[in-house]
Design a protein around this ligand. Structure first.
Ligand SMILES: [Zn+2]
Length: 269
């Protein structure tokens, strides 16, 4: 294993970073790992998650979330549609959700608490997909690799590529989600960008962008007790976010109405 690890670490170190433009026109540093490697990391983290966590066996709930994800994915730019987007619904009461490079969406059944209808659920999913299509995982890894070097991430990739299996890789270096920072809170800039991209996406798909505001109010309510839901704690500053979501919702109503008029009328549940 050692020569392979070294070789990959070297190639990762030497691969050059690049500047690109995010969907909201921001300059970002990406490219410490290739898109293919990033997709593989996402796929591996997702597989690890599925191996470790129980999934909901409710056909109705699974159909519901797949319907919402499919309606949103149809409105993504072509590059992002070529992925065979996969959804997993984990049986877990915390209101949590995430999306990963490689076209993976994970939801916890606890999300049905604050996300009370299909438009609110679309608000959650669209925000998470917003992180993926804005290359935030790439951006975070590129930043991390500058600070920590490539070996850690190379090890995670090697775990699957050279047949060690997910369990082994997890034992060696903790969860891949944690190693890669996939589940770390985004920066304020990334969170706002995911909000902007996500709310546009939901409107274009025929989900009411105003429901993103309701979703957040529900989230804040749910966080009222001693236990802050993970989704809230990884998405800081809820009050100012509410105001911004409300403002953008008003501007997006025509987009939403146009989408409905042209037949994008999702009926997911
Ligand atoms: Zn976020």
């Amino acid at each position: 294993m050692k020569p392979l690890l070294l070789a990959l670490a070297l190639s990762l170190t030497l691969s050059s970073c690049a500047t690109t433009t995010s969907p909201t026109g921001r300059r970002q540093m990406v490219g410490a790992v290739s898109q293919q490697q990033l997709d593989q990391l996402g796929a591996q983290a997702f597989a690890q998650m599925k191996a470790q966590k129980q999934q909901s066996n409710s056909q109705q709930q699974n159909n519901y979330v797949r319907c919402v994800v499919a309606a949103l994915v149809r409105e993504l730019p072509g590059d992002w549609q070529r992925y065979n987007w996969e959804t997993a619904l984990f049986a877990d009461n915390s209101p949590n959700a995430f999306a990963l490079p490689g076209g993976k969406v994970g939801l916890y059944t606890g999300i049905f608490g604050p996300a009370r209808n299909q438009d609110q659920l679309a608000g959650v999913v669209a925000h998470e997909i917003g992180h993926v299509v804005s290359r935030h995982h790439d951006e975070r890894i590129t930043r991390q690799m500058g600070a920590q070097g490539a070996l850690q991430i190379a090890g995670a990739i090697l775990g699957s590529r050279y047949g060690q299996g997910i369990g082994n890789a997890a034992m060696q270096g903790g969860s891949i989600l944690a190693q890669t920072g996939f589940l770390l809170p985004g920066s304020r800039v990334q969170e706002t960008e995911a909000d902007v991209v996500g709310q546009q996406l939901m409107a274009r798909a025929g989900f009411d962008p105003r429901q993103a505001v309701n979703l957040w109010e529900n989230m804040i309510q749910a966080g009222g007790g001693n236990r802050t839901p993970q989704w809230i704690s990884t998405h800081p500053d809820p009050q100012s976010r509410l105001g911004e979501l409300r403002q953008r919702a008003t501007a997006l109503v025509p987009v939403y109405e146009q989408a409905r008029a042209s037949g994008r009328t999702p009926r997911c549940g």
